[in-house]
Structures are given as structure tokens and as C-alpha cells.
Design a protein around this ligand. Sequence first.
Ligand code: FDM
Length: 212
Amino acid sequence: NGVSTEARGALIVLEGLDRSGKTSQSSRLLSYLEGLGHSAELWRFPDRTTSVGKMISSYLSNESQLDDHTIHLLFSANRWEKKSLMEEKLKSGTSLIVDRYSYSGVAFSSAKGLDIDWCKAPEIGLLAPDLVIYLNILPEKAAERGGYGGERYEKLEFQKKVAAYYQILRDASWKVVDALLPIEEIEKQLQVAVLDCVKACQGGKPLSCLWS
Ligand code: FDM
């Protein structure tokens, strides 16, 4: 099935509020790993290219309305439909840098008032990240950066609630970085954490499942 016995890749997730810098740091990390000769890919959730992803995208741009539970489960389904490919890539030695994952799923839906344990349940059994990087920024500071688009969740009051749920989800294993530091400084900190993580995975750290 194409799965080799070589060292596996690392599953690295970037989380944070909108405008925290996740997307630019993700692509910098990709170049960094590739530059070192590692096989790596950049992924993002929601993956808007699938049919589930298209429903999500139309919801986010306010072209469609969905019940809060329904959209939550679609976000989760969007990760489940990529799970086997994700596992294949990791086992064949490719590291994945993933812009948003289950933590966004739980933080954003809980911020709407859904029960947090209910929100976590459909994520059980997805692959657990080897490293979660959190780009920490006050919602007010993120808003000052401007560039909130017109999408559904891009409002200061809502982002404050999301930040509070990220706090609840955060544990000691997360690499929390101050998102207000200069871009190159953040980049350096992330490179160190990511390289450690890639080496640990090459060294035989087993893959595990959420929530662990
Ligand atoms: N989002 C993202 C969720 O509400 N649940 C999820 O599971 C995921 C992955 O979708 F506001 C929200 C977070 C964000 C929006 O994300 C789209 P991008 O990163 O702007 O595409």
C-alpha cells in the first residue's frame, strides 16, 4: 500500500486567531524543512477543495446558512475524509504542516455556545499532532492588523470568545509563541521546535490519536 518502514514524518499543527500569522509562518516552515532536504507538505483545514469543503466555504462566506451543530460536524467530516491520506503521507516519511486542525474546530464551535465535550467527540480517533504551535495574540491586536475579510467569524467580539476556548484547550505540550514578535524571530523559534519534533518522529515516536 505504499507505506514503507522508513522513518515517519511529523504532524505539525499551527493554531491561532485570524490574523495571528499562521499562514505565513506555515509556508516559511515548509521552505525550511524542504531546504533541509526533508519531504514536507503544507495542508490546511478547512480543505475547501472537497465537496464537504465547498459546503463549508459557502457557509463561511455567508452564501448558505447551517445549524451550528451541522457545520461543526462538517468541519470534522472534512478532517475525517483526509485522515487516511494523512496517515499514508506520515508513514511514508512526509511531514505535514497543517494550518488549523481539531483545535480550531472545538474553539470556534464552543465560542458559539455549543458544549465543549460535544464538540470534541467527533474528533476522537483522528491523528494527534506531534506538535501544536499556538501563535498567541490578543484579539484586539489581531483586529488592529486589519485585513479581517468579510467571513462569518471575522469579528472582534467573536474572536475574543474563540481566544478563551483556545486557552481551555491549551496544554503544556503546546509551543506558544508571541505573535507580536518580529516575523523572523517567530520563524526562528518555530524552526527549533519543528526540527526537534521531526527528529523525534524519525527516531520512532509513535503516531497516536486524539485526544491524547
Ligand atoms: N474553522 C476552522 C472552524 O470553525 N472549525 C474548524 O474545524 C476549522 C478548521 O473556519 F474562521 C473556522 C476558522 C476560520 C474559518 O479558516 C476558516 P481559514 O483559516 O480562514 O480558512
